[in-house]
Design a protein around this ligand. Structure first.
Ligand code: MN
Length: 678
């Protein structure tokens, strides 16, 4: 019999690629087979689904990846079988090798073949049904062979409890580092560790306090249990509709009185009887399927909880506001309820009383009450110097996003953003009434700037003016609290204002279509790599793309401008119908403007991760070059709400901008050669 890995081995040079060769298969182990999905950034980004069978991983390349919408049928091309060791393979396949590019493990777990007795039958029928048990992929999926070509299949979600809209993972949130775990029968219980007056902090979220009985709701398959009380019928019904086989929810059993207010007496009466009228308000998710969620930040646990609670009257999700306790307290007072609960958004679960959970009674005096001290992640003295104001003010009127949402975003993203701001003069663009209101552009730091906010003297026109510099989280939040939405740092540092440390080519489309921007960016990448550089790119956050090249020390703005101008002119020559260097907007003729003039002293560029004052709270998103091949790529895909998740998955794709110092001189020579060859 032919070795099923012949094809696999024939395509590869194992002296050059780090991929496994595939040893002899082990005797079949008594366990469910494994599946793995690789995110493969090869020439074209795609996802490789691999299913263990017969001692190998049978593989399909899925260009568009997975969708939980059963109507969304995705093309899947069967490829050669891979060795079992490939389950653990990730890394970079070198250029020139088969499948060159990066291979990341996107999901992994066990699966069962269902509805047919065995694989040979399934392949013969051209119909493979599988139940996947991974972090992102859950439930039943269907592979159907088409008549178009011999390896062409369609992959889609079956209609089950996990099916839904077009998300690409069961929860729509990162399970991140939640460890695999057997069912948590006794997870413990986090409790309120103190009382506080109303306070405002973007690192905290605030919920209503419900009057009722604290309880854990446990689901294992169809077995539902509320620990300590007889199971109320509405709760049982709601729990069966959760998007989970197994789950442990923390929350409160509540019954309403005649005035529709939560009422202890009504609850006691109902629980002593048949439990009619009792519902469960869930505020935390401790366990889901095979994962212990307790180490995750509370915000992630709540996002996962929200994702598994299907609409039903018996099990309800307790929503929260982020950042502003006083705002929620007003609402609570009007509703005649006693208190809010403030919880640290990034807090992991703690068994027992915890300073991360604070009760805030209605009517408590902010001055007299002991203030919550958000201390665990940063020094309170540093935090207390920024007084955050007007958190409820709407910054994005069409969407209702607030200044508090923006502050919470910058607080979350600060660790990757700050290295790109540090030491650079920065101009502020302030929107005191949100993105549709008046704005003013501020180059100089004003009198009365607090002394802990860094400024740097910048000489110009014979005088010297102070400019802001943002080095720390609190300086960042200070600038955002002033009404800044995006930030405008220089391309050079405060100590060396005439020496840029990167060169910038700005692809500015105005009215030109997005696909043209992408085409030019691809051409620019090819050109720059061809002359020996390692360019990086990001969306501008509006409609364009920024291409940047970090420079060795010693170059002036004259160098970077001359160089990017030459690059721009080569690109215009390559793509004359869609690219232009015409400065006057009216003369651009619907083409993408290749702007190299920002390579000048006192010019600025928004840093990666900066939010932008445009619809949807879009942000400037670092991209991998292969993402330009993705049909779905669009600047609107990146917002203040999903960028933190992307960063935790991908890291800072623009990190080389801070580290990879490149030499422009050989590139300039090589570019001259390109120009001569015409
Ligand atoms: Mn592949």
């Amino acid at each position: 019999m032919a070795d099923p890995l012949d094809d696999y081995r024939k395509k590869r040079d194992f002296d050059a690629t780090p991929e496994p060769t595939g040893g002899p298969a082990d005797a079949a182990a008594p366990r469910a087979p494994v599946f793995v999905v690789h995110r493969h950034e090869a020439r074209n980004l795609h996802y490789d689904l691999r299913l263990e069978t017969g001692g190998v991983l049978r593989s399909w390349a899925v260009p568009k990846g997975f969708s939980y919408d059963p109507g969304d049928k995705r093309l899947a091309v069967q490829t050669e079988d891979h060795p079992l060791e490939y389950e653990h393979f990730h890394g970079r396949i070198p250029r020139g090798q088969y499948g060159a590019g990066t291979m990341q493990i996107w999901d992994r777990g066990r699966y069962d073949l269902v509805k047919v007795p065995d694989w040979p039958t399934a392949m013969q029928l051209g119909e493979v049904k599988i139940v996947l048990r991974g972090r992102r992929l859950r439930g039943e999926w269907h592979l159907v062979k088409t008549t178009q070509g011999k390896n062409t299949w369609l992959l889609f979600k079956s209609k089950d409890r996990y099916a839904g809209t077009s998300r690409d993972s069961a929860l729509g949130v990162e399970l991140g580092h939640a460890p695999e775990s057997p069912f948590l029968a006794a997870p413990g219980q986090q409790r309120i560790g103190g009382t506080a007056g109303p306070f405002v902090d973007p690192g905290w979220l605030f919920e209503m306090e419900f009057i009722g009985q604290r309880a854990l709701l446990q689901k294992r398959g169809d077995a539902i249990d509320v620990r300590g009380v007889p199971l109320p019928p509405a709760v049982a019904h709601g729990a069966l509709r959760l998007r989970a086989e197994s789950a442990v929810l923390d929350g409160v059993l509540v019954a309403l009185d005649a005035a529709q207010r939560p009422c202890r007496e009504s609850l006691a009466r109902a629980l002593a009887g048949d439990g009619h009228g009792v519902v469960f308000y869930a505020f935390d998710l401790l366990f889901w399927e095979d994962y212990d969620l307790r180490p995750l930040p509370l915000l992630d646990r709540k996002a996962a909880l929200r994702a598994i609670v299907a609409p039903n009257p018996g099990v309800l999700y307790v929503d929260h506001v982020t950042g502003s306790g006083p705002q929620l307290l007003d609402v609570i007072a009007q509703a005649g309820l006693p208190a809010a609960v403030g919880k640290r958004a990034t807090g992991a679960f703690v068994d027992g009383p915890s300073a991360d959970w604070l009760r805030i009674p209605v009517g408590s005096n902010p001055a007299a009450a002991p203030r919550a001290a958000p201390t665990a992640t940063r020094p309170p003295t540093a935090r207390s110097r920024v007084r955050l104001t007007n958190l409820d003010k709407v910054w994005w009127p069409a969407e209702g996003y607030t200044k508090g949402d923006l502050l919470a975003y910058y607080d979350q993203i600060a660790d990757v953003l700050l290295p790109h701001l540090r030491d650079r003069p920065v101009h502020l663009n302030r929107f005191p009434d949100g993105i549709d209101g008046k704005s003013f552009y501020q180059r100089e730091a004003k009198d009365g700037t607090p002394d802990w906010v860094r400024t740097t003297p910048v000489p110009h026109d014979g005088g010297v003016t102070p400019h802001h510099v943002i080095d720390t989280r609190e300086q960042l939040l200070y600038a955002i609290n002033l009404g800044s939405i995006d930030l405008h740092p220089w391309l050079s540092r405060a100590a060396t204002p005439d020496a840029p440390d990167f060169a910038l080519l700005d692809l500015d489309p105005k009215e030109a279509p997005w696909p043209h921007v992408v085409r030019i960016a691809r051409a620019a990448g090819k050109l720059l790599r061809g002359i020996g550089l390692r360019p990086l790119l990001k969306t501008s956050g509006k409609k364009g793309i920024h291409i940047v090249i970090p420079l060795q020390p010693g170059y002036s703005y004259d160098h970077s401008k001359m160089f990017t101008e030459a690059v721009a002119r080569v690109l215009v020559r390559q793509l004359p119908s869609i690219a232009t260097v015409e400065r006057l907007p009216d003369a651009r003729d619907g083409k993408v403007y290749l702007d190299f003039l920002q390579n000048r002293r006192s010019q600025t560029i928004v840093p990666p991760y900066s939010a932008r004052p445009v619809r949807g709270a879009q942000v400037s998103a670092p991209l991998a070059w292969d993402e330009l091949e993705d049909d779905d790529l669009h600047p609107s895909r990146f917002s203040i709400f999903n960028m933190p998740g992307r960063v935790s998955e991908r890291g800072d794709l623009l990190r080389p901008l801070l580290e990879d110092r490149q030499d422009l001189l050989p590139a300039i020579e090589a570019l001259q050669q390109v120009l001569r060859e015409g």
